[in-house]
Design a protein around this ligand. Structure first.
Ligand code: HEM
Length: 368
C-alpha cells in the first residue's frame, strides 16, 4: 500500500514525461533490499565471529586447548597448574638506555606473579612439565602496568596462531582412549618442520629441579623507545641467582614437587632473578618466535634490575587467581613487535580468562 501511494512517482507518470513505473520490478528490488541487507549484515557478523568459515578466532583456539583434556571449570585453559607469588622489582635505571618506560626508572615496583607449566589439566603430575613458566604483573606509577608471560625455553614451537591451532588439534584427546592420537601428531610435525628447533632445545635442556632455579624467556621481540626517542627491538629474560640443576628422579616421586620445593625455598629467604634486556642486532628476526637470536659478545645485554619473590600462595585464593597475563599490556616506551603470536595471545588469554571467571561466578551462585 505504501508503495502505490508514492506521490512523486504518481506525478511523474501523469505529466507524460516519464514512463509509468514498473511496479512489479520496483517491488522486487525493494523486497530484495528489505531481506537482503539484514541477511548480508548477519553474514558479516557470523563471519566476524568465525562461525561460518574456517577463519581462526580466539574462542576456537581456546576450544582447541579445552579439547586436549577433560573439563576443568574455573581453571586457566593453558598453564592450568600453577602457584601465585608476590614480591617486587628493584629497577637500577640501566634499562633506560633501551626504553623510556617508567619501569626502568630507578625504584621499587610491586609484583604479582604466577609460576606454572604448560598444559590444560590442573591436576597433571609435575613430572610431565618439560618447560617451566613465569608470569608477572609489575605495577607502575600513574596506573601503568607491565604484564609479562615467559617460558623456560628461549623459542616457541610454532610461528603462527594457525600453526598452534593445528598443533592443538593434533594433540586433541581421543574420547575412546583418553589420549591424543600419535599419528595426528606425527602428521603435524611432518607438515611443520619449524617445531624441530623447539624439540631439539627441550631434548638438550632437561627441566630445572625447581621453579626458583630456571631462567625464563619472554621469547617474542618487543619494540622499545628510549629517552631520546630512538627505537630498538629487544627480547628479555630473567636469570636466577640460584644455580640451575636438572630435575632428578627422587624429586619427581612427588607429583607436586615444584610447588613444594618453592614453598621450602621461600621459607629460607626470597628468590631473585636479574631482568636482562637483549638488544637486537641488524638482521635479527623480530617477528618469528621460533628463531633464537645468536649469542654473541657484540650484543648489548642490559641488566635492568632484580626481581625478588618473597611469598607464594595457592592459585585458588591467591592474588594471581583472577589476573590475565596478557603480554600486550605494556607501559609507554615498550610496544608489541609484529610477531603474529602476540595479538593472538592477547585475545586468547582474554577468552580463557572470561570463561574461567564465568565458571567460578556460576559455581559461587550455585553454592550460595
Ligand atoms: C611466546 C610464546 C608464549 C609464551 C612465552 C606463553 C606463556 C604463557 C604463560 C607463562 C602463561 C601462564 C600465565 C598465567 O600464569 O596466568 C600462559 C597462559 C596461556 N597461554 Fe601462553 N604463551 C605463549 C604463546 C601462546 C599462544 C600463541 C597462545 C594462543 C594463541 C597461548 C595461549 C595461552 C592461554 C589460553 C593461556 C591461559 C590464559 C589465562 O587463562 O589466564 N599462549 N602462556
Amino acid at each position: 500500500m505504501a508503495l502505490n501511494s508514492d506521490p512523486p512517482r504518481a506525478a511523474a507518470s501523469r505529466d507524460g514525461h516519464s514512463p509509468p513505473p514498473d511496479t512489479s520490478s520496483s517491488l522486487w528490488w525493494r523486497w530484495a533490499l528489505v531481506i537482503g541487507v539484514p541477511a548480508a549484515l548477519s553474514a558479516v557478523f557470523v563471519w566476524c565471529g568465525g562461525w561460518f568459515s574456517s577463519r581462526l578466532t580466539a574462542p576456537r583456539i581456546v576450544d582447541a586447548f579445552e579439547a586436549t583434556t577433560s573439563a576443568h571449570p574455573g581453571f586457566r585453559r593453558n598453564h592450568a597448574k600453577g602457584i601465585c607469588v608476590t614480591g617486587h622489582f628493584d629497577s637500577n635505571g640501566a634499562g633506560l638506555v633501551a626504553s623510556r618506560a617508567s619501569v626502568f626508572e630507578p625504584g621499587r615496583y610491586t609484583v604479582v606473579g604466577r609460576l606454572s607449566f604448560p598444559g590444560s589439566d590442573p591436576a597433571q603430575d609435575d613430572r610431565h612439565g618439560m618447560v617451566r613458566s613465569f608470569a608477572l604483573r609489575i605495577a607502575l606509577p600513574h596506573g601503568e602496568e607491565w604484564r609479562l608471560a615467559m617460558n623456560s625455553a628461549p623459542i616457541f614451537a610454532v610461528r603462527t596462531p594457525q600453526a598452534l591451532f593445528e598443533q592443538l588439534k593434533a594433540s586433541a584427546r581421543d574420547p575412546k582412549t583418553g589420549r591424543p592420537d600419535p599419528a595426528k601428531m606425527d602428521a603435524f610435525v611432518a607438515q611443520h618442520p619449524e617445531v624441530q628447533a623447539f624439540h631439539r632445545w627441550v631434548d638438550a635442556h632437561p627441566p630445572s629441579s625447581r621453579y626458583g632455579n630456571a631462567r625464563y624467556y619472554g621469547i617474542s621481540a618487543f619494540k622499545t623507545v628510549d629517552v631520546q626517542g630512538a627505537a630498538h627491538f629487544v627480547r628479555w629474560d630473567v636469570v636466577p641467582d640460584s644455580p640451575y640443576r636438572p630435575v632428578d628422579d627422587a624429586a619427581q616421586r612427588d607429583p607436586d614437587f615444584l610447588e613444594h620445593e618453592l614453598v621450602t625455598q621461600l621459607a629460607n629467604g626470597p628468590l631473585r632473578w636479574h631482568l636482562m634486556l637483549n638488544v637486537a642486532l641488524p638482521g635479527d628476526p623480530t617477528d618469528d618466535s621460533t628463531r633464537q637470536w645468536v649469542d654473541t659478545p657484540q650484543r648489548e645485554r642490559i641488566d635492568a634490575g632484580t626481581l625478588v619473590v618473597d611469598r607464594a600462595q595457592t592459585q585458588i585464593d591467591g592474588p594471581c587467581r583472577d589476573l590475565t597475563f596478557d603480554p600486550t599490556v605494556l607501559p609507554d616506551g615498550i610496544a608489541p613487535s609484529s610477531d603474529p603470536l602476540l595479538a593472538a595471545r592477547s585475545s586468547t588469554y582474554r577468552v580463557s580468562s572470561e570463561r574461567r571467571l564465568q565458571e567460578e561466578a556460576s559455581a559461587r551462585q550455585g553454592g550460595s
